[in-house]
Design a binder for this molecule. Structure first.
Ligand code: NDP
Ligand code: MG
Length: 329
């Protein structure tokens, strides 16, 4: 079982007198920096000079510095930049300025698990991964609560690494909801698998195939869009709110009987082998190598795939249908 922590288990005082540098002011960086600031934590945002983020953090009333300056006297350095950018920013600005005994912190394990960032031995290496998009994190905090989070310790130089990770989670309000402890490898592998096999990869593949099946059978694409794309949101809202049980309860009996008797024709034993091979690629580094190679090649493959995706008929139909849902009054 995973250990679960709440407010009373965690002391925010661990961060008293400590300087926290939040590198990056995007989805996670902004939400986390603002919450920490409101929790009384001494935060400096580290971003490139005069970029969009630089101005935004200033407007939000936070201390702002360039990466190297933010890292220099920080006790906690939070790397909240896009994962593929992190290794170069780390080499150039973080590594040369990182204090002995500081904590290097991440919100996703990718670069540590795959050793694309190899920290020195004399620092703590921790993770605090809120299970939410940044905006929702901030909204929940402002409402006096927080979103659940994961914490992990990869390297404990000071003997205090876990307390620092937990205190950061408390600063974000997450201990009000609940904080699980796990490991960098578990977070990285399960996160990648989820987005590839089910959430981003699996779901779009299923929608694409369902849409094409109806269109190839001669049905109007607008009908196909409503039935296999638009309504995924309605079903997912039910799943999110009350699990399979609520969803099966709310949909018609016909939908329930049809869904339960037919779904194994879509996700077959072959599909499960496909999922296993996705997990194998994640475990043995095949996926990481492919992704790094494309990043090094200027994202050539990614851009080609984005263009193909944009050209799909369902995207054009979707634009038309979604605009009908926009209120015109
Ligand atoms: P974002 O893409 O939102 O980060 C944008 C920030 O990175 C901006 O401040 C931008 O600055 C800066 N940046 C981008 N490119 C560069 C560059 N080449 N050089 C310098 N600065 C750059 O990141 P996320 O918040 O989405 O992700 C941060 C971490 O959080 C990742 O590890 C991610 O896996 C993790 N995570 C993300 C979640 C999410 O909801 N998105 C959920 C949980 C974890 P500028 O304005 O100057 O361009
Ligand atoms: Mg994820």
């Amino acid at each position: 079982m995973m250990q679960l922590y709440h407010d009373n288990d965690v002391d925010l005082k661990v961060l008293d007198g400590k300087k926290v540098a939040v590198l990056g002011y995007g989805a996670q960086g902004r939400a986390q920096a603002l919450c920490f600031h409101d929790s009384g934590i001494d935060v400096t945002v580290g971003v490139r000079k005069d970029g969009k983020s630089w101005n935004k953090a200033k407007e939000d009333g936070l201390k702002v510095a360039e990466f190297a300056d933010a890292v220099k006297d920080a006790d906690v350095v939070m790397i909240l930049l896009p994962d593929e950018i992190q290794p170069e920013i780390y080499e150039q600005y973080v590594k040369p300025n990182l204090k002995k005994g500081a904590a290097l912190e991440f919100a996703h394990g990718f670069n540590i698990t795959y050793k694309l960032i190899v920290p020195p031995e004399d620092v703590d290496v921790i993770m605090m991964a809120p299970k939410s998009p940044g905006d929702k994190e901030r909204d929940e905090f402002v409402a006096g609560f927080g979103v659940p989070a994961l914490i992990c310790v990869y390297q404990d130089y000071t003997g205090n690494a876990k307390n620092v990770a937990l205190a950061l989670a408390k600063g974000l309000g997450s201990t009000r909801a609940g904080v699980f402890e796990t490991t960098f490898d578990n977070e990285t592998y399960t996160d990648l698998f989820g987005e590839q096999a089910v959430l981003c990869g699996g779901m779009t593949a299923m929608i694409k195939a369902g849409f094409q099946t109806l269109v190839d059978a001669g049905y109007p694409p607008q009908m196909a869009y409503f039935e296999v794309f638009h309504e995924t949101k309605l079903i997912d809202d039910l799943l999110y709110a009350g699990g399979f049980e609520l969803m099966w309860h709310v949909v018609s009996n016909t939908a329930e009987f049809g869904g339960l008797t037919r779904r194994d024709r879509v996700i077959t034993e072959e599909s499960k082998k496909g999922m296993q091979s996705i997990l194998d690629d994640i475990h043995d580094g095949t996926f990481k190598n492919e992704w790094r190679a494309d990043y090094d090649a200027g994202l050539k493959r990614l851009h080609e795939m984005e263009a193909d995706e944009k050209a799909l008929q369902l995207e054009a139909v979707g634009k038309e249908i979604r605009s009908l849902f926009q209120r015109k009054n």
